[in-house]
Design a protein around this ligand. Structure first.
Ligand code: FES
Length: 574
């Protein structure tokens, strides 16, 4: 009655294990379950449905399909709720809450008896949070995503969240469309449940988890509303029973080579910059360091193959019709570790080996005819970012990739909001916009505000891109010449906080350089007069936990205490 499987896992402490099992079974039988059912492998299903989260609107259907798959394979499915995070319903930012969701997921997996767990997520931060939690809990886990929304149309033009959200809003700010039209656009951008339909963070993370091997093959791209999404859910349930029996834990799938595969795929799909932070955090839970300089080296030899917005033209439903991620990985196979084990018990190479022959399509390009010759993301260094920064070069303006300009500095989001549309703002299209204090600790939570709006007077002149630099993040659906994740962040004394209006800054992406052209002695002088962020003495609860434990971007902005190797490395003033 007290074995370490199924109902016998993680018994509540009453000082008598036999009684703990006895009372546990008594209560769950209140749901009508039999001893036969309770003797089967137990498959937990993490349910992140929420009335606030349209990206997860199909989860009740998916749970039903997962349960069917589990029962077909002889297991007992039990769903349980965890936190759900939607990008637009998370104050101050979903990134601030990602680690809370990871903790919730980890502890609920650990607290409740389950031999494996199906993680159902989708919206940007939910998938990394679930995998971070499952990796720490050490229980066999498989990811199911809700799948992308469909695309829609506005006045005959195809649209979808959220690259088009930003494009139309920029047109509205520039006076090219009026109140009536922007309202019409608002009705069309999200035509169904499901995650954003471009290669934003949600789609990127879905693809990367498939590349890692933690999802059934071709599980990333099927739209949320299609029957195929439900069949993927059923198959996920079946595999969840298999990994429960074999006790195939996440550390056996999420190996250093599997992360290399995921990084290679990130470059080839022109994926979201946010994925760097999430992959780093996921790897960190298993004590694996993601080497960002090695990632940059990979970028020189890995072309962008997927022609999806924001780097290209198409939408996720197009990628699915083109063959999904397996089609991409098949093109990339010469660069991947094909011997890596995946969740269905086969190697990546074995899974790719059963693909049908390719058919004509223009969404996934052949490796010798890419969308963009180098990987989508470049890793930058220099005195303005001693611990690194990144730029999504595939979504940047080619003429700005090497640029020296005069800094126009905003010290906070509030300062930006107050002045960006000021007609007297001293700014030209050749300047470089700098936004300070939106890093992990600064805002807090590293908001997706790195896509600094073009100042109103320049937007009305038709300016659509400028070099913009911050210690924050950017939505994966956004585009522009945007330098992000500058580390160390301004709020803890990083050089970004020392930039003043009129300073000269050089961005040289081919040389991987981000330089502040100011004398070292002057920077030292500024450092002594620049305050760093201190915690509000009245801060309690999660705010205090966050401030005292959050790591910088290069460590995935995870909590130091959640990584086995980082418990003493919370950065102080640099
Ligand atoms: Fe949920 Fe974009 S808002 S995936």
């Amino acid at each position: 009655m007290n074995d370490k499987k199924g109902m016998g896992r993680g018994l509540t402490n009453y000082g008598d294990a036999g009684f703990s099992m006895f009372i546990r079974k008594a209560f769950i039988k209140g749901l009508g379950l039999s001893d036969d059912a309770l003797s089967r492998p137990i498959i937990g299903i993490a349910n992140t449905y929420s009335g606030y989260n349209a990206c997860h609107g199909n989860i009740p259907d998916l749970i039903e399909a997962v349960k069917r798959g589990v029962m077909l394979a002889g297991g007992l499915p039990i769903d349980f709720p965890t936190i759900s995070l939607h990008e637009s319903f998370a104050y101050p930012t979903s990134m601030y809450l990602r680690n809370l969701m990871a903790m919730d997921t980890e502890e609920m997996i650990r607290a409740q008896p389950m031999d494996s767990v199906v993680l159902i997520g989708g919206c940007d931060k939910t998938v990394p949070a679930q995998i971070m939690g499952a990796a720490s809990a050490g229980v066999p886990a498989i990811q199911l995503v809700t799948g992308p929304m469909l695309s829609s149309s506005h006045r005959g033009e195809r649209v979808g969240a959220c690259t088009d959200c930003r494009r139309f809003w920029a047109n509205y700010r520039g006076g090219e469309i009026d109140d009536q039209e922007i309202s019409e656009v608002n009705d069309q951008l999200v035509p169904s449940v499901g995650t954003c339909g471009v290669m934003g963070t949600a789609s990127t993370m879905a693809c990367l988890v498939e590349a890692l091997g933690l999802m059934v093959p071709n599980g990333a791209s099927a739209p949320a509303v299609l029957a195929e999404r439900r069949r993927i859910a059923e198959r996920t349930g079946e595999v969840a029973v298999d990994i429960a029996v074999k006790q195939l834990t996440p550390d056996r799938i999420m190996t250093p080579k599997a992360f290399e595969n995921a990084l290679r795929v990130l470059l080839a799909i022109g994926g979201s910059t946010n994925a760097i932070i999430h992959l780093t955090a996921m790897a960190g839970r298993l004590g694996i360091d993601v080497d960002l300089e090695a990632f940059d080296q990979m970028g020189w030899t890995t072309p962008v193959l997927v022609n999806l917005k924001p780097s290209g033209q198409h939408y996720m439903d197009d990628l699915h019709r083109a063959g999904g991620l397996p089609r991409v990985m098949h093109e990339l196979r010469g660069m991947l570790h094909l011997d890596e084990m995946t969740i269905n018990g086969k190697t990546l190479g074995e899974n790719l080996g059963v693909m049908p022959d390719p058919w004509p399509q223009d969404v996934v390009r052949p490796i010798n005819d890419p969308v963009y010759g180098e990987g989508g993301i470049a890793f930058l260094g220099g005195n303005l970012a001693p611990n690194g920064a990144i730029i999504k070069q595939s979504a940047a303006s080619p003429e700005l990739m090497t640029h020296t300009g005069r800094a126009v500095v905003f010290t906070s989001l509030e300062d930006l909001a107050n002045r960006m549309d000021d007609p007297d703002l001293d700014v030209t299209a050749d300047d470089i916009l700098v936004l300070q204090n939106i890093g992990p600790r600064g805002a807090p939570g590293m908001p997706e505000a790195g896509l600094i709006p073009i100042p109103g007077k320049l937007a009305r002149q038709g300016v659509r891109d400028m070099v913009r630099i911050s210690d924050g993040r950017m939505s994966g659906t956004a585009s522009g010449t945007i330098v992000l994740h500058v580390s160390p962040e301004s709020a803890i004394g990083g050089p970004l906080g020392l930039v003043r209006d009129g300073d000269s800054i050089t961005l040289d992406v081919p040389a991987r350089l981000l330089r502040l052209n100011v004398e070292e002695a002057e920077l030292k002088r500024r450092q002594s007069e620049t305050p760093t962020l201190t915690i509000d003495p009245a801060a309690t609860g999660y705010a205090r936990l966050f401030h005292e434990n959050i790591l910088q971007a290069e460590h995935g902005t995870d909590f130091a205490f959640s990584r086995p190797d980082m418990t003493r490395k919370v950065p102080k003033r640099s």
